[in-house]
Write a protein that binds this ligand. Structure first.
Ligand SMILES: [Zn+2]
Ligand SMILES: [Zn+2]
Length: 318
């Protein structure tokens, strides 16, 4: 991959988070944290009652991406599921990926409280930057959370980024999505190479240990819970309008407070966490170099590929 290359993100992204998207060079190595760090998750509290209906309003959604874009990604996934997967060595044991997928499916089943007969949208999927500024949204119109939502929003962000931008993407089932993308070329050409998935710390405990070693970071979450009850009984277009407007308000407020927030993180919270970490290191009495060597040895030992490298990944696509 070439080194940092001059370029600009689209003004839509620069307005939504000037701190993340005002870079003038793009392509910083993923191992160093990449150019931008994004978070994505679905929230099934924002289901919409079918009986509330839909109707036209004079509003062009700027945060919600059109359903056609989500359907296009679903179509790519559907086509990929009929193709032979790439023959690759997975980053971690196939058994671990299968176990993560199974626990995610189980969690997904619990979320399926939504009856498609009663609800025409079962939730809303969010993409935010690391400062919790909302970038894009889409309606979830399947009973559970499928991969087309995360991939559609990633593609939407990518459309407005430099072609060299590197993206660290947190997602609660990032390991399974990453594995699917290794097997099937679902994302636009050249995009997957610029993406690294990590798992929110909050969700990491539901994953296999080897998965937590490969993918792990802390969670950010949405601030628009006040709208849950209000939006359910309006037209779907009004539900989209209200959530979109509130996202714009939250972003505006976020931008105003961003300087203070960063100052507080840099001068208070990071210092506190660093001091705690240094104390743990000092108390354990083992030199840092030795700890790092042990960590590397542990990763190698626990991610050894015992099984055959050819994988049937089609089942993990949804
Ligand atoms: Zn940001
Ligand atoms: Zn996992």
């Amino acid at each position: 991959m070439p080194g940092p290359t001059p370029g600009r993100a689209h003004c839509i992204l620069r307005e939504r988070c000037p701190t993340c998207f005002s870079l003038e060079t793009w392509g910083h190595p993923l191992a160093d944290g990449g150019d931008v760090q994004l978070d994505a998750d679905g929230c099934f509290s924002y289901r919409h009652l079918r009986s509330a209906g839909d109707g036209p309003i004079s509003y062009d959604p700027s945060y919600f991406i059109p359903k056609e874009k989500v359907d296009k990604i679903w179509q790519r996934i559907e086509e990929a599921s009929h193709r032979k997967p790439a023959s690759i060595a997975p980053a971690i044991l196939q058994e671990a990926i299968d176990a993560c997928e199974a626990s995610w499916d189980a969690a997904n089943e619990k979320k399926q409280k939504v009856d498609p007969k009663c609800h025409d949208a079962s939730g809303v999927f969010f993409m935010t930057c690391r400062h919790s500024q909302v970038l894009f949204l889409c309606n979830i119109d399947t009973p559970g959370e499928h991969q087309e939502y995360i991939l559609s929003l990633m593609e939407e962000v990518n459309d407005y980024l430099s072609l060299h931008a590197t993206v660290v993407q947190t997602y609660d089932v990032g390991c399974v999505t990453d594995h699917s993308l290794n097997l099937f070329p679902i994302l636009s050409q050249g995009f997957h190479e610029r993406v690294c998935f990590v798992i929110n710390m909050m969700h990491a405990f539901g994953h296999q240990w080897v998965c937590q070693m490969e993918y792990s970071v802390e969670c950010f979450w949405s601030r628009i819970h006040k709208l849950i009850g209000i939006t359910r009984n309006h037209w779907n277009s009004q539900h989209i309008w209200m959530i979109g407007q509130y996202a714009a308000f939250v972003n505006h407020e976020g931008c105003e407070n961003l300087g203070d927030w960063i100052d507080c993180q840099q001068h208070t919270n990071i210092v506190k966490k660093q001091n705690t970490a240094y104390k743990v290191l000092r108390d354990c009495g083992v030199p840092e170099r030795e700890l790092r060597q042990n960590w590397e040895a542990q990763k190698v030992a626990q991610t050894l590929i015992r099984s055959c490298v050819y994988i049937d990944g089609a089942s993990g696509l949804y």
